[in-house]
Design a protein around this ligand. Structure first.
Ligand SMILES: [Fe+2]
Length: 186
């Protein structure tokens, strides 16, 4: 049996960690196991979290953010065959799988960063993130997520700051163009 670990418990622990350290390696090391406890609990999960946005390819459901947009916890519901372009987050990110496997491609940026609207990426590694598994990224980490299964997949995403408030980027692998990446939140 899984020990109860509510949204309130999770947010309280996130606040403690953020108050104690700004070291991202430590934050990821401490938040990861808590995110796994949180997705195992499932008391927070509601039918509306499975609702998707057909235009965007995935639904974004806010569970929590602080008044200054820090410590955002969101549920993402991914349509079969859909996903994101390569993107960063402008903050640290901890993703924990809830249902189904999500294909992750991690990238390195290989240009010198001197041009604001230009970025060259190369694939670092690819893997499937399954239920209960983590994908942890520090600020600047770049990945692409795709649902290659036949059913809606769900994951919980915890960010140092809500990603619509970090001026983060999406990347076009064909044109090497870098532009802003804002998501529609339900
Ligand atoms: Fe992401």
């Amino acid at each position: 049996m899984t020990e109860a670990y509510s949204l309130q418990d999770y947010c309280s622990d996130l606040r403690s960690i953020a108050a104690e350290t700004s070291d991202e390696d430590e934050i990821l090391r401490r938040v990861g196991p808590l995110a796994q406890r949180f997705v195992a609990d499932r008391s927070w999960l509601e039918p509306k979290h499975y609702e998707t946005d057909a235009e965007q390819g995935f639904g974004v459901h806010l569970l929590h953010e602080e008044p200054d947009h820090s410590l955002a916890v969101l549920v993402l519901s991914w349509l079969p065959g859909r996903g994101t372009p390569p993107h960063d987050h402008g903050t640290w990110a901890v993703v924990a799988g809830v249902e189904g496997a999500e294909r992750n491609v991690r990238y390195n940026r290989i240009d010198d960063g001197s041009r604001a609207d230009y970025a060259e990426l190369e694939i670092k590694h690819e893997f499937n993130a399954h239920e209960g598994e983590l994908v942890c990224m520090k600020t600047g980490g770049i990945h692409q997520v795709t649902n290659e299964t036949d059913a809606i997949t769900l994951s919980v995403h915890t960010y140092g700051k809500h990603v619509n408030h970090t001026n983060r980027s999406q990347f076009d692998l064909e044109t090497n163009q870098r532009k802003s990446f804002i998501v529609r939140v339900e």
